[in-house]
Design a protein around this ligand. Structure first.
Ligand code: ZN
Length: 406
C-alpha cells in the first residue's frame, strides 16, 4: 500500500508575526524609511521519489496587517512552463515594499517532478510520467455535492457565513479525496495538495505558458469585467464547465453555488471569488524583464481587487481582444513533415493566407515537395507547436476566431 503522505512544514520560518509596512520620516536624514512586509517561507511535501525521499514545494506567505482578501498564486504545474517563476520572484520582491490588505500565498515551481523530467534538451513537463495524466487535470469538483450544499443555505444567512461554511465543506471534501483508501495517482495527489491551499483564496492565479505563444488569459464568463484589469492582450472566456484544471476547480463550485441559490431562493449573490489561468508567453523561456512587466499586470489586478493599500498601479490602456471558448479553435495538420510556422502568435491573418509551409521528404523532386496550410477563416494565432518536425494529427496552431475588442 502507498504510504500516506502527510503535510509537512519545515522550520525555515523563524517568525510568524507580520509587520505593517509603514512610511516614517527620519528627521535627522529627512528621507523616507520603508518597513517591509515579511515573507514567511515553509515547505510542503507533495511527493516521494523512488528513493523514498520527500519532494517539496516552497510556500511563500505575505500577510498584511490590514484585513482583506486571500490570494493564491502558483506557477509551473506544467514543468516546462517556467516564466511564472520569475513573475513570482518579481512579485515577492515588489510586494515586500507594499502595504498588503489580507494575505498573498505564492507557490513557485509547484510541480518539482515535472520540471525535472528532461529528454535531451527538452523538458517533458506536461504529463505525469507514471500514469500519463495531464498535470493540470486532477483537481477536485463535485457538482452534485455543491447543489446539495446549496439546499442548506437560507434566505437569512450572511454571505460571509455561507462562504465560511462552503470553504470548510470544500476543504473537507478534498481531505476525504486525499484519504481515499485505494490511493491516488501522482498528478492527482499533487493537484489536491495544492488545491487545499487555493480553496481558501478569493483570487486564484495559475501561471502557465503556451508552447510558442503570445500572452493570453482564461477568464470565467461571470468575471469577464476582470479581463480589463490585467495587461494581457488576448482573453478567452470560459463557461461553467469542469475539465479538471485549477481555475475551473476554483470557480465552478462558487459559480454553481451562486446559480443554485438563485434557483432555490431567488436570491442573487455574488461571492466575488475569481480564478484565472494566465499564459505568460512561451514554455522553456525565462525573461526577467518581461517577468517584471507580467508582475505589474498582476499587481494592477490585485490593486483593483483591494489587495493593495495606497498603490497607484493601474491597468494599462491597451487593445484587448476576447473570444468565447467555442471560438478558440485548434488547427490540426493532416500531413506529417517539417514545418515552417509562417504566421506568428498575435498576428492578424485573413482567410486563405498561409499559416505554415510543410516539407514532404519523399517528394522533394516533385511539385508536392512543399504544401501550404492556409487559414480556414480570419483568425489570430495565439500559439503554435514548438517543434519543426510534426506527425499528422499534431495540434499545429490554436487561434482566435470571431474575436472582438473588449
Ligand atoms: Zn500549462
Amino acid at each position: 500500500m502507498l504510504a500516506k503522505l502527510t503535510y509537512f512544514y519545515s522550520v525555515n520560518a523563524k517568525s510568524r508575526s507580520y509587520k505593517l509596512p509603514t512610511k516614517t520620516k527620519n528627521k535627522t536624514e529627512n528621507r523616507l524609511i520603508y518597513m517591509t512586509t515579511q515573507v514567511v517561507k515553509k515547505h510542503m511535501v507533495v511527493a516521494q521519489n523512488a528513493s523514498g525521499r520527500n519532494m517539496n514545494v516552497p510556500i511563500y506567505r505575505m500577510k498584511g496587517a490590514r484585513p482583506g482578501p486571500t490570494v493564491y498564486i502558483q506557477s509551473s504545474i506544467h514543468g516546462a512552463e517556467v516564466q511564472g517563476n520569475v513573475v513570482i520572484y518579481h512579485l515577492i520582491q515588489r510586494l515586500k515594499d507594499m502595504d498588503i490588505c489580507g494575505e498573498i500565498i505564492l507557490v513557485p515551481n509547484c510541480n518539482p517532478i515535472g520540471t525535472n523530467i528532461k529528454a535531451g534538451e527538452y523538458t517533458l513537463g506536461r504529463f505525469d510520467p507514471v500514469n500519463g495524466t495531464n498535470w493540470n487535470r486532477g483537481y477536485f469538483f463535485d457538482k452534485g455535492a455543491v447543489e446539495h450544499f446549496a439546499k442548506t443555505v437560507t434566505r437569512e444567512e450572511s454571505i460571509e457565513g455561507i462562504k465560511q461554511r462552503f470553504r470548510a465543506h470544500l476543504s473537507n471534501a478534498i481531505d476525504n479525496k486525499l484519504a481515499e483508501p485505494w490511493g491516488l495517482g501522482l498528478a492527482q495527489q499533487l493537484n489536491l495538495k495544492l488545491q487545499q491551499m487555493a480553496v481558501n483564496a478569493d483570487f486564484v492565479l495559475d501561471l502557465h505558458n503556451g508552447p510558442v505563444s503570445t500572452r493570453h488569459v482564461y477568464i470565467p464568463e461571470y468575471a469577464k469585467d476582470s479581463a480589463k484589469l490585467f495587461n494581457i492582450p488576448h482573453c478567452i472566456f470560459i463557461p461553467n464547465v469542469f475539465a479538471g484544471a485549477l481555475d475551473e476547480a476554483t470557480f465552478c463550485p462558487w459559480w454553481t453555488l451562486q446559480e443554485s441559490i438563485k434557483t432555490n431562493l431567488a436570491r442573487e449573490i455574488s461571492f466575488n471569488v475569481e480564478a484565472f489561468t494566465l499564459e505568460m508567453g512561451s514554455q522553456e523561456v525565462i525573461d526577467f524583464n518581461e517577468g517584471n512587466i507580467d508582475a505589474t499586470s498582476i499587481l494592477s489586478y490585485l490593486n483593483a481587487k483591494g489587495v493593495l493599500h495606497e498603490c497607484d498601479i493601474k491597468p494599462k490602456a491597451m487593445q484587448r481582444l476576447g473570444v468565447y471558448l467555442k471560438d478558440y479553435k485548434t488547427l490540426f495538420t493532416n500531413w506529417g513533415g517539417m514545418v515552417e510556422y509562417m504566421a506568428k502568435p498575435g498576428q492578424t491573418v485573413k482567410k486563405g493566407e498561409p499559416l505554415a509551409q510543410i516539407l514532404n521528404i519523399d517528394d522533394l523532386d516533385t511539385d508536392n515537395g512543399s504544401r501550404t496550410l492556409e487559414a480556414p477563416c480570419d483568425l489570430i494565432p495565439i500559439l503554435h507547436f514548438p517543434s519543426a518536425s510534426v506527425l499528422s494529427g499534431t495540434q499545429l496552431y490554436k487561434v482566435f476566431t470571431n474575436y472582438r475588442e473588449l
